[in-house]
Design a protein around this ligand. Sequence first.
Ligand code: FMN
Length: 166
Amino acid sequence: MGMMDHRFDIVDKAAFRNGMSRLGSAVNVVTAMSGGKRYGFTASSVCSVSDSPATLLFCINRASSCFHAFENARHFCVNTLMPGQEDISNVFGGKNPWEDRFELGEWRDGLTGVPVLANASVSFECELSNAVDEATHRVLFGRVIDIREHDEQATLLYCMRRYLNG
Ligand SMILES: Cc1cc2nc3c(=O)[nH]c(=O)nc-3n(C[C@H](O)[C@H](O)[C@H](O)COP(=O)(O)O)c2cc1C
């Protein structure tokens, strides 16, 4: 941790969470396969990294009940939700049993077998390229190997702890 300047205190968790709640973001369900089973969780931490080659990242809490699936998966899919898919966000963002989560929405197999949401705003199927642990989370990087876009120009957004249509 040679890069840290220890003269300053780090802000507390609540102040940080309140500040971060003002950063609007798309709502995504990130999916993977592990041991023949489907896994997925709601993630707002998706970010573009580079277009050369096409690379994105997301962050997953290492205490998450689906962490083991992402720890071992070579592929994953970022499914960005449409307005009206708040129920999918809520079921994948709560403590629901795995197979219940996939009962909402129409799920298909991607090129690599990962679950792809048929009516997503956009789906990015990825091959894992790197992983870095930071604090409580693991940052996973993926090269995008397939993109599917919805005909309609719309995406479900989350800002100030509520859903917005964008
Ligand atoms: C809008 C929203 C965004 C979220 N973003 C993330 C995220 O980026 N990374 C993460 O690890 N969890 C995120 N979560 C929480 C997980 O979706 C949630 O912890 C998980 O699905 C349920 O917990 P479990 O995996 O331990 O069963 C988010 C939840 C919501 C509702």
